[in-house]
Design a protein around this ligand. Structure first.
Ligand SMILES: Cc1cc2nc3c(=O)[nH]c(=O)nc-3n(C[C@H](O)[C@H](O)[C@H](O)COP(=O)(O)OP(=O)(O)OC[C@H]3O[C@@H](n4cnc5c(N)ncnc54)[C@H](O)[C@@H]3O)c2cc1C
Length: 355
């Protein structure tokens, strides 16, 4: 892969997941020259190794915007409200990419949220509150239309992406705008400042997903199943026991993701036996149209991924070092990296601009 920055260029982004790629593009839009250094770069899903690259989270996501229990409510923290702003910024950018680039891998569709018990976080949600929060086309589902066991639900307009089509698109845009890449493992962000051939680097963005030894980081395992069945809506259901099922159409010949598990601190890299059947049956009961004319699922691949989560939420912070240098941290997106990506990227650009 490519190597040297031209003289006068100044920012290195560590990481080529959705956060690093989006941030790199945003920095370019702000007229910075950017080099991405990473172990893993996007490529077609079929070429991503499920074991060797399990810690590269972006390929294993759905990925959609859910508008569920993360929505701000009376008990939300400032962090939750910040993240909602990030999600809105991302929503607007996804619409722009969808409208302007047919190869971006972004699709707009109906979203459905279903609950066996209405969560406290969604006590106040309704058309008026949804409009205040910037949610489009919000509508309650009439009780007569609930799947068995569901007592609360609503629909809205949202987006989904085919992760590797989308991330490859971001990388292509980055390259077209003159960005450079280097495939290399980094032990510490500070290592970048000592790299040969990068004389003027003052900023390093740490978009490494899991960070570098942050004790607040943990992983949340997610097991899903990719099926060939096509689908035009994204559906999420949360059961009273905390389990759930969802489907996320990837489109762009990418099938549909059926999920899924949410297992903090479970490092098991292998699909759990029996889980696939449980997830497929759960979703078929909740949303029978997923089975299509054949009346069956066409499973392609069991997927295990590790969401890079952080106690207290994502770290977006500038750490000043000697000689006017700084590391800007942007990691720990948990299960919302795609949803938050353009907001995070914008926040990083603001930290750079503040100097
Ligand atoms: C099953 C599942 C479903 C999900 N569904 C959704 C969804 O529907 N919507 C949503 O928004 N999110 C979803 N997510 C979460 C989303 O995938 C993550 O939040 C996101 O991918 C994190 O992106 P990232 O760029 O921070 O990290 P990563 O994608 O992990 O990228 C990290 C990058 O840093 C590089 N790197 C790390 N350490 C080093 C090092 N030491 N040296 C060099 N390079 C390094 C890696 O090579 C890689 O390029 C899901 C996740 C899972 C597992």
């Amino acid at each position: 892969m490519v190597a040297r920055l031209k003289s006068g260029q100044e920012i290195v982004v560590i990481g080529a997941g959705v956060i690093g790629l989006t941030t790199a593009l945003c920095l370019q839009e702000a007229k910075h020259q950017v080099l991405i250094v990473a172990d893993d770069f996007p490529s077609p899903s079929e070429t991503i190794d499920p074991r060797r690259q399990i810690n590269y989270t972006s390929p294993w996501a759905g990925a959609h915007n859910g508008w569920g229990v993360d929505l701000p409510n009376a008990n939300s923290t400032p962090q939750d409200c910040r993240d909602h702003g990030f999600a809105l910024r991302t929503f607007a950018k996804m619409r722009h990419l969808h409208n302007e680039y047919s190869d971006a891998g972004v699709t707009f569709m109906k979203g459905v949220q279903l609950y066996e018990d209405r969560p406290d976080e969604l006590k106040d949600i309704g058309p008026e509150r949804a409009a205040e929060l910037g949610i489009e086309d919000f509508s309650f589902i009439p009780p007569g239309e609930f799947p068995e066991g569901v007592t609360f639900g609503y629909t809205f307009r949202t987006w989904s992406v085919n992760p590797m089509v989308y991330c490859s698109f971001l990388l292509r845009r980055f390259s077209m705008l003159g960005g450079k890449i280097r495939k290399q493992h980094i032990r510490r962000p500070e290592e970048i400042f000592a790299m040969h051939g990068l004389p003027d680097v003052n900023f390093v963005v740490n978009a490494s997903g899991i960070g570098f030894g942050d004790p607040d980081m943990f992983i949340i395992r997610g097991q899903t199943c990719l099926v060939a069945n096509d689908c035009d809506v994204t559906v999420s259901r949360r059961n009273a026991d905390g389990s759930g099922s969802y489907c996320i159409p990837r489109k762009y010949s990418g099938g549909t993701i059926i999920g899924g598990t949410f297992e903090p601190n479970n490092w098991d890299s292998e699909p759990a036996p029996g889980k696939r059947e449980q997830m497929l049956q759960g979703l078929a009961k909740t949303y029978p149209p997923i089975l299509g004319k054949s009346g069956r699922f066409a499973p392609l691949q069991d997927i295990v991924g590790r969401r890079p989560a952080r106690k207290g939420g994502m770290r977006i912070e500038k750490e000043d070092l000697d000689h006017g240098r700084a590391v800007i941290h942007a990691y720990g997106a948990g299960g919302r990296g795609y949803e938050l990506s353009w907001g995070v990227a914008h926040a990083v650009c603001e930290l750079v601009a503040r100097k």
